[in-house]
Design a protein around this ligand. Structure first.
Ligand SMILES: N[C@@H](CCC(=O)N[C@@H](CS)C(=O)NCC(=O)O)C(=O)O
Length: 113
């Protein structure tokens, strides 16, 4: 999508990249967030990502039909935000609900800094 004069309305974003985060114990936690910009529940997750300074791969379901199809196939729902997480020990999961996602991120990263 190109730049717009309304870009100043978009929430500030940090993170990005491949979503890989090195934890204090040496393991890796890789994160991807199914989202879209104007979803207020997504915005509070964006704020937590910014505050915790973590890496998250963004999967915008409005910009790329691949991600909306992927979300529906994996969860049977189209609700965002949805966090996909994967640990280097092979465990993985998917999580809906912005407040649950923020609590998960705070648990994982509050002590990592
Ligand atoms: N309680 C949820 C609400 C999420 C929600 O309502 N998301 C809306 C977008 S703002 C959505 O995905 N609606 C479409 C759907 O549920 O299929 C949360 O806090 O994450």
């Amino acid at each position: 999508m190109g730049e717009s004069v309304f870009d100043f309305l978009k929430p500030r974003r940090s993170g990005g990249g491949d979503g890989a985060n090195l934890l204090a114990n040496g393991s890796t936690l890789t994160l991807a967030l199914y989202e879209y910009e104007t979803c207020m529940f997504c915005q509070r997750v964006f704020s937590a990502i910014d505050r915790l300074k973590i890496q998250v791969e963004y999967r915008n379901v409005h910009q790329d039909g691949k991600w909306s199809a992927d979300l529906r196939a994996k969860t049977g729902m189209s609700q965002v935000p949805c966090l996909a997480w994967q640990r280097s020990d092979g465990t993985a999961g998917l999580m809906h609900e912005s407040l649950d996602i923020i609590a998960f991120l705070e648990r994982e990263f509050r002590t990592a800094a």
